[in-house]
Design a protein around this ligand. Structure first.
Ligand code: BES
Ligand code: ZN
Length: 617
């Protein structure tokens, strides 16, 4: 396989590789620090290896011991988002294939970008503090010195000391717990991940968690206030897992648990192995947002088994995952529903290309991330351009049944490995060797190496989408005197997925006159809707149409939950409304100290606010 450089890492992973991480962590809420000792088993990939380079970010390194011998180390210059390289001199040269154990003693700092520390007031129960991590894409280095690149995979074992009234969980299988011999107010929880994983899948949560078993291999975890709701909402998990296994082969991770985080969790879901993290904004009450669970389940194969070698090839993770997510939905609901989701995805892609600009190199399927922060580059492009490409190939190469054969063989061929787009493409050509004539007709350059929209639109069944298009067109074409023709019945015929799509379509049109959105509120009462996907789009629409009364509602949603998919567009919409701009900026500044570090950084950029000086906690 081709040699590649990872522009997002300083680690010298061509000369050596971490095979195993043995972690001892002590979580200290009072000072917001994790005290750590990481013992890394490293295998040399070359002869005469004398030096190691690891990634770190905001870590205080106390001591480095190699094979029992204390050794010299130095931290290089700090890069704005990559952190600082940790250079370790080996006491003796290593030959290719030889192992060493490198023990690093360190402390994290309160501004660690992988962590959010919540005081009790910001939790549902208001009694205990809460800590969670989010390592993807390049934040693991702020909690563990490591080779923070998805091209390296390692197993791990962890012993975590936490206050004994709290629960600690990791992206691994539990391996028991015991009182902390050094402190009677604490306990030590042990975890084991015996499948090799990239560093971005390391995860930790510590908080007042309760659990409910909802399937043979699934327990949901959350604060007690949400656990029953969550148990109902995610009741389809086992059937989704079985559907995925039926499509692409056995689930290798043993347990599949779900953790519902506090509202500031910045993503919809995160595929931490054995323990998917999800936002509480999925709790719609009717299971209608369960595609996020299907998506994270799908990552158990696409991403967690077959992994992008660098973040430039992120579409391999996310495009294939969206494809598998929609195949799961297609099986559980209907093929028409799969097409409906695919139509929504194409529209999402158009929106993203529109926001970036059709010439922007970040709209390439495989963008260059040289000196680009992956969090800043993050968008729907790798998801939806990637999905559209696979959906198009499915149609060219003989349909869903044939294409899933390819997907399964691809996952089998590259399981436990990290790959680049050329590896995928070469495998596609070898799998479809009797259809090379078809593959030769694909416009590879336009799909893979060009910015903007794809050269061809796949074919979609429009049955479920048409009702959304018809109603949105009625509204966007309505004259003032037509407003009385709308009534609550219009919406009764649409499922909650279709309502989301209806609002998404209106967001693509020229803003409606404010009288229209007022009438829409009268007849549909969207202000009373709790479903986060509907609510976020509705409030964006109101602000876009310059309805002043919606400003406080939009600010409330933007700050009461922190899912970037909602919070960023809401803040951006408010910023673009002259009557809301100052208040949006003031509200952001007031909330920033309590926000997730990544959200604070991204919303700050959107609102053109100077970065905060790191406050001493
Ligand atoms: N792995 C991603 C989340 C992520 C990506 C976090 C990059 C940090 C950096 C996760 O699987 C994901 O894609 N979540 C989506 C789900 C959606 C596409 C169904 C989300 O958060 O909205
Ligand atoms: Zn994903």
């Amino acid at each position: 396989m081709a040699e590649v450089v990872d522009p997002s890492s300083f680690a010298a992973f061509r000369s050596c590789r971490i095979k195993h991480l043995n972690l001892k962590l002590r979580v200290d809420f009072a000072i917001r620090v994790i005290g750590g000792r990481a013992a890394l088993t490293i295998e040399s990939q070359q002869d005469e290896l004398r030096e190691l380079v690891l990634d770190t970010k905001d870590l205080k390194i106390h001591k480095v011991v190699v094979n029992g011998q204390e050794t010299n180390f130095s931290l290089g210059e700090t890069h704005s988002f990559k952190g600082a390289p940790l250079k370790i001199t080996l006491p003796c040269e290593l030959m290719r294939g030889q192992d060493v154990i490198v023990e690093v003693s360190y402390d994290t700092t309160p501004q660690a970008s992988a962590l959010q520390w919540l005081p009790p007031e910001l939790t549902a129960g208001k009694k205990h503090p809460y800590l969670f991590s989010q390592c993807q894409a390049i934040h693991c280095r702020s909690i563990v010195p490591c080779q923070d690149t998805p091209s390296v995979k390692q197993t791990y074992y962890a012993q975590v000391s936490v206050p004994k009234e709290l629960v600690a969980l990791m992206s691994a299988v539990h391996d028991g717990e015991a009182p902390d011999p050094e402190d009677s107010s604490r306990k030590i929880c042990r975890f084991k991940q015996s499948v090799p994983i990239p560093s971005y899948l390391l995860a930790l949560v510590v908080g007042p968690l309760e659990s409910r078993k909802i399937g043979p291999r699934t327990t949901v975890w959350s604060e007690k206030e949400l656990v029953d709701e969550a148990a109902y909402e995610f009741g389809e998990t086992e059937s989704m897992l079985q559907t995925a296994e039926d499509l692409v082969g056995p689930y290798v991770w043993g347990q599949y648990d779900l953790l519902v985080l506090p509202p500031s969790f910045p993503y919809g879901g995160m595929e931490n192995p054995c323990l998917t993290f999800v936002t509480p904004t999925l709790l719609a009450g009717d299971r209608s947002l369960s595609n996020v669970i299907a998506h994270e389940i799908a990552h158990s194969w696409t991403g967690n088994l077959v992994t992008n070698k660098t973040w430039e090839h992120f579409w391999l993770n996310e495009g294939h995952t969206v494809y598998l997510e929609r195949r799961i939905g297609g099986r559980l609901f209907s093929e028409q529903f799969r097409h409906f989701q695919a139509v929504g995805g194409w529209k999402e892609l158009k929106d993203s290309v529109g926001t970036f600009g059709a010439q922007n190199p970040l709209t390439n399927l495989v963008p260059s991330l040289n000196e680009v922060d992956p969090d800043v580059a993050y968008s729907s492009i790798p998801y939806e351009k990637g999905f559209a490409f696979l959906f198009y190939l499915e149609q060219q190469l003989g349909g869903p049944d044939i294409f899933v054969g390819f997907l399964k063989a691809y996952l089998h061929a590259f399981a436990y490995k990290s790959i680049i787009t050329d590896d995928w493409k070469n495998f596609l050509y070898s799998y479809f060797k009797d259809k090379v004539d078809i593959l030769e007709k694909v416009n590879w350059k336009a799909w893979m190496d060009s910015p903007g929209m794809p050269p061809i639109k796949p074919e979609y069944d429009m049955t479920l989408a048409n009702a959304c298009i018809a109603l949105s067109q009625r509204w966007s074409k309505a004259a003032h005197c037509d407003l009385c023709s709308f009534n609550a019945e219009d919406l009764k015929k649409l499922s909650s997925h279709q309502r989301i799509e209806f609002l998404a379509l209106l967001l693509q049109e020229e803003p409606l006159p404010v009288s229209h959105v007022k009438r829409m509120q009268e007849v549909y009462n969207f202000n009373a809707v709790k479903n986060s996907e509907i609510r976020a789009r509705w409030l964006r629409l109101c602000i876009r149409c310059r309805w002043e009364e919606a400003i406080p509602l939009a600010l409330k949603m933007a700050t009461e939950q922190g899912r970037l998919k909602f919070t960023r567009p809401l803040f951006r919409e408010l910023y673009n409304f002259d009557k809301a701009r100052d208040e949006a900026v003031r509200t952001f500044l007031r909330h920033r100290p309590f926000m997730h570090p990544v959200s604070a950084m991204l919303v700050g950029k959107d609102l053109k606010v100077e970065p905060a000086h790191s406050t001493s906690f």
